[in-house]
Ligand binder design. Structure first.
Ligand code: UDP
Ligand code: MG
Length: 136
């Protein structure tokens, strides 16, 4: 069945800084994702705190929000059949050390915090995250 979905992807500061934007977009395109919307922005820490609110009780929350707001990021809406799970698979495990061969985090991730990409983890969160960055 063709379950067309949209998901939010972020190329994080560590990857933008290393000029990996085009290589990572190419990996999405090869897997059949369409990039419907994209913009390169730098966000305030307060916005990162809102975006990552689900993690506010975690020990890494403060560093995570400092990090996401530390430099330019590329936010994108990706579309394909089963895009949410497909993107999670293509990204690989949160810790690049555990990420499978052929995944973005295996190829480009530096560490668990500098892991190059973000992707929505559910239909509900994809909607919330797309609205967060692209609400007109
Ligand atoms: N993170 C971290 N330390 C940890 C776990 C997560 O710095 O021990 C960061 C990492 O950048 C991760 C983000 O917090 O991508 C969000 O964590 P989540 O568990 O949602 O991982 P993801 O969905 O990005 O794979
Ligand atoms: Mg997550």
């Amino acid at each position: 069945m063709n379950n067309l979905e949209q998901t939010l992807s972020i190329i994080k500061p560590d990857a933008v800084e290393r000029n990996l934007e085009n290589e990572i977009k190419e990996m999405f395109k090869i897997k059949g994702f369409s990039i419907l919307k994209e913009k390169k922005i730098q966000i305030e820490k307060s916005e990162a705190e809102k975006f990552y609110k689900v993690h506010e009780t975690k020990p890494f929350y403060n560093d995570l929000c400092d990090y996401l707001s530390s430099g330019p990021i590329v936010v994108m809406v990706l579309e394909k059949s089963n895009a949410i799970l497909g993107n999670r698979e293509l990204m690989g495990a949160t810790n690049p050390k555990d990420a499978a061969e052929g995944t973005i985090r295996k190829k480009y991730g530096i560490s668990i915090d500098k892991n190059s990409v973000h992707g929505s983890d559910s239909v509900e969160n994809a909607k919330i995250e797309i609205d967060f960055f692209f609400k007109d």
